[in-house]
Design a protein around this ligand. Structure first.
Ligand code: PMV
Length: 418
């Protein structure tokens, strides 16, 4: 499905499949990376995200669309003389670094591996709703899988080892099961051939959920692993772009999402997204709880949610048709509805108003109450200056960037052969 258009071109990619027996290491959602730049280092990076349409309403079963951004987190694994795992000189503290600890629990085999030094570098601002923890988890999953390698069927490339999604994976949420090959037949591949967007997205979501009391939507990790534009819904919206179902145990219930990878969006030259940070940190859990409370007394909130749901479909249509003006208009309308449900903030209003005269549309992104806003613009410089003058900190990004990427890996990875 490719749509030629004036301003935006959305190129959907047929996504990897999920059953282990079908999952191949070809077309796994990750692009080729440059050759290793260090002999013994494994380096992987993954992007942050913004929500284009549908935040909050997605909590009530409506769809939402997110896009990866230019800002990335990079994880480096270095073999060390010293046994154990260290960040700088300090042994890794699982309580302080739950995402790293979860990923090691699932992917690393300390018995067969060397001591490790881990370092993390990121230009995704933290606590701003731009998916910084998801980018860390996804980069980490990619680095550890490349370092570990995996057994695959020599003829078909299907995995004999790995975490593929069948929609449930209850065990992933219980304990730290180290991945074990189902059979030692087949060949062991490392680096680029071993990594997978599907697995990084899945394990990234598990790491997010385990570090946030089981409350995490898979939106951030999906956008970070696959890159480009992604869509979440409580139903399969489109067979062609559907990649997996995620089901997560939440207290006595199960929560399910159907995840779609819409593909890469190429913007015409001069069209970009400006992200403006209010500098205010508003925890997502509080914002979601506030909406739930207001909803019990204000019937208008459900109407606004329904309107947001309809708007997501309109926004999607505009994206597919490559109509940047219509995308911008839908973004601004989405902002007005988010304001109606009570998740804006005076500073977000100031930044959105400052951006509108030079942009096609602007809205808050993510949980609101502070955090960031985004503006789609043909004049990134003017829009960014206007937002900064109004007191925001800005970043300029294309709309949808490459997902998780392996930057370097020594041949043979870092684990000793079985
Ligand atoms: O805080 P963020 O930017 O990751 O966005 C939260 C999005 C919500 O819809 C408000 C919550 C959710 O879990 O989807």
């Amino acid at each position: 499905m490719t749509t030629e258009s004036k301003d935006l071109v959305l190129t959907a990619r047929v996504s990897p499949f999920n059953a282990p027996s079908l999952t191949t290491n070809e077309g796994n959602g990750l692009k080729r990376s440059p050759p290793s730049r260090a002999m013994d280092e494994v380096v992987a990076s993954a992007p942050g995200k913004v929500v284009l349409f549908g935040e909050h309403a997605v909590v009530y079963g409506h769809p939402a669309i997110a896009a990866s951004i230019a800002q990335r987190t990079t994880v480096t694994l270095r073999p060390a003389e010293q046994p154990g795992v260290h960040m700088g000189r300090t042994p890794l503290d699982a309580a302080q670094h739950p995402h790293l600890a979860t990923m090691m629990g699932h992917l690393w085999d300390a018995e067969r591996g060397p001591g490790l030094g881990i370092s993390v570098a990121s230009d995704v601002p933290r606590g701003a709703g731009l998916g910084s923890s998801a980018a860390l988890a996804v980069a980490c999953a990619t680095a550890f899988r490349a370092a570990r390698g995996r057994h695959v069927d020599a003829a078909t490339g299907a995995w004999h080892e790995g975490h593929a999604s069948d929609g449930t994976e209850p065990d992933l949420f219980r304990g730290e099961s180290v991945d074990a090959p189902k059979t030692l037949e087949g060949e062991r591949v490392h680096g680029e051939a071993a990594v997978s967007a599907e697995e990084a997205s899945l394990l990234g979501h598990v790491a997010e959920a385990l570090s946030q009391d089981g409350r995490a939507s898979p939106m951030d990790t999906l956008a970070s692993a696959y890159g480009g534009l992604v869509l979440l819904s409580n139903r399969v919206e489109d067979e062609e772009t559907w990649v997996m179902r995620r089901t997560m145990p939440v207290e006595q219930h199960e929560r399910s999402w159907e995840l779609h990878h819409l593909g890469d969006l190429r913007l015409n030259e001069g069209l970009s997204l400006v992200v403006g940070h209010t500098g205010i940190n508003a925890p997502t859990t509080n914002m979601v709880a506030g909406v739930a409370e207001r909803r019990s007394t204000d019937k208008g909130i459900d109407e606004a949610m329904n309107a947001i749901g309809a708007l997501v479909h309109r926004g999607l249509k505009a994206l597919m048709a490559g109509d940047a003006e219509a995308v911008g208009r839908a973004m601004t309308e989405n902002h007005l509805l988010l304001r109606r449900i009570g998740v804006s903030h005076p500073k977000l209003e100031t930044l959105v108003s400052a951006a509108l005269p030079t942009s096609l549309g602007a809205k808050l992104t993510g949980a609101g109450g502070g955090g960031c806003m985004i503006a789609l613009t043909r004049d990134a410089k003017a829009t960014s200056e206007a937002i900064e003058l109004a007191g925001g900190r800005t970043w300029i990004t294309p709309l949808g960037t490459q997902g998780a990427r392996l930057e370097a890996c020594p041949e043979g990875g870092l684990l000793r052969p079985d």
